[in-house]
Design a protein around this ligand. Structure first.
Ligand code: NAD
Ligand code: TYD
Length: 339
């Protein structure tokens, strides 16, 4: 079996490749990544000696590059993680999100159709559903919830999903889609909430909390996301969407408190800043479909996942330090003026 994994030098993609290489010794994996500000081929440096893993630098929206690659490699399975993935950046540069997330997906779908891949899997997000009211705890996103994206990021992901479904319906392409809740774990770029907090708390720097800090996210440890994708690839039905989530709903202030307590840092580091524009109030996934149809269950509790994450960042300080330098400094200053 030969897999193309796009965006495999990013957070979830690199965890997924490591998971698949270990679990399926007979699979060949090609990782295509543009190495944007958050991509880092060294995330998979341990696999460099592994003959059945290869890294190729390139952009998914570059159609001639993608077509040549498909012609040469004849992939069985395509898993598309490659994306611009940060909501805040989509508020300042929406066009870039449309190019990568929509046109990039179209380029991969077109090549998958031409070269007859056996499965095209689109990595999507719960953010395509928009948000839920804060105090209606029984309300959760199911696969039938209306698509109602709030940010340019979420719009670009929703558009890519619709395109993938159209390729299934119109061209019979064997497509599956997964929509996951917020991930956390090793190799997450420190623009996202949890690694941003870890990096700043350890340096005794102020931690920005948007608005009133009551927004709720449904957290999933990245390895549990990887196991869900693996199950969908092997047992999922084509044309179907699978929601993935571990039912770990916490307000941002609750999440911040857990992390500060574990790091033995004071809550006085938390600093309320201007709210994110259009900030989604609450996300919550109903994972009943993937649990009942495929037998998926997360194996990490939130406490276990946070411990594993903190341990990873503790033992990978050089990795984090490198990410916090360069372009990140300018990004941080522009996003959090005065902090
Ligand atoms: P990430 O930002 O850490 O990684 C994205 C990767 O894509 C990077 O390695 C980057 O270099 C690469 N990339 C960007 N533009 C590219 C292009 N034009 N061509 C090729 N490669 C390109 O993101 P992540 O958090 O690992 O997210 C991966 C996927 O999972 C995304 O599709 C995202 O929408 C989805 N997702 C993320 C979360 C989350 O909590 N992080 C939750 C649900 C879904
Ligand atoms: P983030 O990690 O950006 O993921 P998403 O917006 O895709 O859910 O943010 C998670 C939550 O944390 C979200 O409600 C926004 C909030 N947040 C802050 O309060 N401060 C920050 O500096 C960041 C990056 C996020």
């Amino acid at each position: 079996m030969k897999l193309l994994v796009t965006g495999g030098a990013g957070f979830i993609g690199s965890n997924f490749i490591a998971y698949m290489v270990q679990k399926y010794p007979e699979y060949e994996i090609v990782n295509v990544d543009a190495l944007t500000y958050c991509g880092n081929a060294d995330n998979l440096a341990v696999l460099e000696e592994t003959a059945r893993y290869r890294f190729v630098q390139g952009r998914i929206e570059d159609k001639s590059f993608i077509m040549d690659l498909f012609e040469k490699e004849r992939f069985d399975i395509v898993v598309n993680f490659a994306a611009e993935s940060h909501v805040d950046r989509s508020l300042t540069e929406p066009g870039r999100f449309l190019i990568t997330n929509v046109l990039g997906t179209e380029s991969l779908l077109e090549a998958s159709r031409k070269y007859g891949v056996k499965r095209y899997h689109q990595i999507s997000t719960d953010e395509v559903y928009g948000d839920l009211p804060l105090h209606e705890s029984a309300m959760k996103f199911s696969e039938d919830s209306p698509i109602c994206p709030s940010s340019p990021y979420a719009v670009s992901k929703a558009s890519a999903d619709l395109l993938a479904l159209a390729y299934h319906r119109s061209f019979d392409l064997p497509v599956t889609i997964s929509r996951c809740s917020n991930n956390y774990g090793p190799y997450q770029f420190p623009e996202k909430f949890i690694p941003l907090m870890i990096g700043r708390a350890e340096r005794n720097q102020k931690i920005p909390i948007y608005g009133d800090g009551q927004n709720v996210r449904d957290w999933l440890y990245v390895e549990d996301h990887c196991s869900a994708i693996d199950m969908i690839l092997h047992q999922g039905r084509c044309g179907e969407i699978y929601n993935i989530g571990g039912c770990n709903e916490y307000s941002n202030l609750q999440t911040a408190s857990v992390i500060l307590e574990k790091l033995q840092k004071p809550e006085s580091l938390l600093t309320f800043v201007r709210d994110r524009s259009g900030h989604d109030r609450r996300y919550a996934i109903n994972p009943a479909k993937i649990e009942s149809e495929l037998g998926w269950k997360p194996s990490y509790t939130f406490a276990e996942g946070i411990d594993a994450t903190l341990q990873w960042y503790r033992t990978h300080q050089a990795w984090l330090e490198e990410r916090l330098n360069g372009e990140y400094q300018a990004y941080f200053a522009a996003t959090y003026p005065g902090l």
